[in-house]
Ligand binder design. Structure first.
Ligand code: ADP
Ligand code: MG
Length: 619
């Protein structure tokens, strides 16, 4: 094109495209879902803006917020069009090629090992999946603030942008034209597209139409001698026509033939699952809703969900999900991203998915949606962000989220050490729930620990969710409640020890005496545990005691006084000998049994493990 301006893809994007083009990945269907999801996002954006500016939607067809799919079998083109916000020239340059999103390199890296292309949407690069099925793609877009442009690329490292002087004006929105590869002919079949929309885009909140062919009967003048044909026709025709039949003999005879016409066929029913009665929503529907919400199309079901209505001063409906797996960057970006994963709707209108006021950071791993009738619709996002109801919503969401997580444990047969429970009849989904909490803990345990550190008002609730291994847990996970139930008579404190691995800790001299006396000691081996234990001081009136720090008491020991007296001179000499080595004190200990002596940290000092962590600076 004469007026085309050429651009090179950013290097990572280019690599990503190469991977996609050369991919042997068999499930190429996913591109459609990604395009529909982008169209839906663009529609959400314009609808949101229209809340405060009615004019923005324009008139007539322009104001229709829908998605249209069209096929051109001859030219082998599949096009998807939306009347969303559209892209300016600058948007096209930035969004489709020159600025790599944070997920790009993570996705490239993943694909080079054993990644699942199906998860492309989660990495924020879903658009490029078009090159699974097309070798040439045009993006025609019109934003209210700019002229209409065409973006085009054959995925050869470059793309071009030109002012659109060829196509019909879009009014507003985006049309993506896929020039399908030879082997992608199936995407020109209407039945295939209908099936895909049903399967992947059931929960899109805008109508999706297909320009679908339809066989219709049309009357055409018949040849004089073909009267038998006419008889058949009148059998199947409507009663209205039968009335007319009376004069049929006077009129020239006609016959019915099949003809193909086209019309927009609605493929989805736009229902908001969260407005329905939870009792009437099936498990499969929740799973599919989760997939579309989280862009997580792995085969795994969410670990749990909670669908509820809050009533009172602040009314809202919400659905929360615990994903089956943590996203690739959950903890990587913990301290520098604010984004929560909840979508906020006000009276069915999508407002934002970047409201950090909805959930505290440590619950960022949850996916879900909140729809409130109490919040005002016609105010800016900034104003909403300061609305007093948000505090109430947040508080209730946290409560529900923690309940939902607790339930995973309660329903997990692996979790109960309660003997009575074992007699209860095995329910049919026992097997399905088995091991679910351990799975949760593996994926998101760190979030619970961060919660204990950050959320003082829910500390006890979160501590209930804590799991760990201990000297008595036999390689499994144990809870604080289990620990307490196993405490020895007269034991006041909860004992723990920190280090880099269980294997290392098991050999620790600090454990010798305690294990001999049959006390249980918790192993904390995650670097975050050191911080955790600075905040978790007690649980159910029991104090936590680090067994490698001074101050450990195991009840009375009558020998202690005698020993202290008889070794008085030795300790005195030793202390003065080590005075220059940063040693505060030398004391007699009754905690060791085989090891002659140990170095301990003072009560308020850093443990040896903390020293190690501070030196490597890893959290
Ligand atoms: P994501 O949807 O996760 O942001 P994509 O790779 O699917 O990532 O899309 C990249 C970007 O391109 C989007 O963020 C959006 O800005 C822009 N975009 C893609 N499709 C459309 C569309 N139909 N209308 C408007 N903008 C779009
Ligand atoms: Mg997308």
């Amino acid at each position: 094109r004469a007026n085309a301006e050429k651009f090179e893809f950013q290097a990572e994007v280019s690599r990503l495209m190469d991977i996609i083009i050369n991919s042997l990945y068999s499930n190429k269907d996913i591109f459609l879902r990604e395009l529909i999801s982008n169209a839906s996002d663009a529609l959400d954006k314009i609808r949101f803006l229209s809340l405060t500016d009615k004019e923005i939607l324009g008139e007539g067809d322009n104001a229709k917020l829908d998605i249209q799919i069209k096929l051109d079998k001859e030219k082998k083109i599949l096009s998807i069009r939306d009347r969303g916000i559209g892209m300016t020239k600058e948007d096209l340059i930035k969004n489709l090629g020159t600025i790599a999103k944070s997920g790009t390199s993570a996705f490239v890296e993943k694909m080079q090992t054993s990644g699942d292309l199906n998860l492309i949407g989660q990495f924020g690069v879903g658009f490029y999946s078009v090159y699974l099925v097309a070798d040439y793609v045009e993006v025609i877009s019109k934003h209210n603030d700019d002229k209409q442009y065409v973006w085009e690329s054959k995925a050869d490292g470059a793309f071009a942008i030109s002012e659109d002087v060829w196509n019909e004006p879009l009014g507003r929105g985006t049309e993506i034209r896929l020039h399908l590869r030879e082997e992608a002919g199936e995407y020109l079949e209407e039945a295939k597209l209908k099936e895909l929309v049903k399967r992947y885009s059931e929960f899109i909140n805008f109508p999706i139409y297909l320009w679908a062919s339809k066989e219709v009967d049309v009357e055409v003048p018949a040849d004089e001698d073909e009267s038998s044909d006419e008889e058949e026709t009148s059998d199947s025709s409507s009663s209205e026509e039968e009335v007319e039949d009376e004069d049929a003999e006077k009129k020239p005879k006609s016959k019915t033939v099949k003809e193909t016409t086209y019309e927009w066929e609605l493929l989805n029913d736009v229902k908001a699952i969260w407005l329905r009665n939870p009792k009437e929503v099936t498990e499969e529907e929740y799973t599919k809703f989760y997939q579309s919400l989280a862009k997580d199309f792995s085969e795994e079901k969410p670990l749990s969900w909670s669908h509820f209505t809050a009533e009172g001063d602040v009314e809202f409906k919400a659905v929360l999900f615990v994903p089956p797996k943590a996203p690739h960057d959950l903890y990587e970006s913990y301290y520098n991203t604010k984004k929560s994963n909840l979508k906020l709707y006000v009276r069915r209108v999508f407002i934002s998915d970047e409201f950090d006021e909805l959930l505290p950071k440590y619950l960022n791993f949850l996916k879900g949606l909140v729809d409130s009738d109490t919040l005002p619709l016609n105010v800016s996002r900034e104003m909403l962000q300061q609305h007093s109801s948000l505090k109430t919503i947040k508080k209730k969401l946290i409560r529900k989220a923690l309940d939902m997580i607790r339930k995973i444990a309660e329903e997990d047969p692996d979790e109960s050490n309660d003997k009575d429970k074992k007699d209860v009849e095995k329910s049919s989904d026992d097997d399905e729930k088995k091991g679910q909490y351990a799975k949760f803990w593996n994926e998101f345990g760190k979030s619970i620990k961060l919660g204990i550190i950050e959320d003082a008002s829910n500390r006890n609730r979160l501590a209930k969710l804590l799991r760990f291994e201990s000297t008595k847990s036999g390689g499994k996970l144990a809870s604080l409640d289990q620990y307490i139930s196993r405490m020895k008579p007269g034991q006041k404190d909860i004992f723990y020890i920190t280090g880099s691995s269980k294997e290392q800790l098991e050999k620790s001299p600090f454990l010798e005496r305690l294990t001999k006396k049959n006390y249980e000691v918790i192993f904390f081996t995650d670097p975050v545990d050191e911080y955790l234990m600075q905040y978790l001081m007690d649980y159910e009136d029991k104090k936590f005691q680090n067994v490698s720090k001074e101050g450990l008491k195991l009840g009375k020991d009558s020998k202690y006084k005698d020993l202290k007296e008889s070794f008085k001179d030795l300790t005195k000499w030793w202390k003065s000998a080590l005075a220059s080595e940063n040693v505060d004190d030398v004391k007699i200990s009754v905690l060791l049994s085989d090891t002659p002596c140990v170095v301990v940290t003072s009560k308020y000092g850093w443990s040896a493990n903390m020293e190690r962590i501070m030196q490597s600076q890893t959290l």
